[in-house]
Design a binder for this molecule. Structure first.
Ligand code: SF4
Length: 75
């Protein structure tokens, strides 16, 4: 199974927080206004929201990377 995770280039980020407004379910801001990203893979509608946040970043600091998730263990 695969999903996508949002990653950040902390050098490029200027901390205005547009991403946290567009993906509040995965991004919160620290006390200085810089994003803290939940790196759990996103799927479906959440992935679309993540893509919107990545495309809206004025510093091109966010990326959406494909990751492979382990299959759940069946017993
Ligand atoms: S939108 Fe981009 S530049 Fe702005 S806080 Fe988020 S990652 Fe940083």
């Amino acid at each position: 199974m695969s999903g996508h995770v949002v990653t950040i280039d902390r050098i490029a980020c200027d901390g205005f927080g547009t991403c946290a407004q567009l993906l509040p379910e995965r991004i919160i801001l620290d006390e200085w206004g810089y994003p803290i990203i939940d790196s759990t893979p996103v799927h479906g509608t959440e992935r679309q929201h993540a893509k919107r946040a990545v495309n809206a970043c004025p510093r091109l600091a966010l990326t959406l990377q494909k990751v492979h998730e382990p299959e759940p263990v069946r017993r």
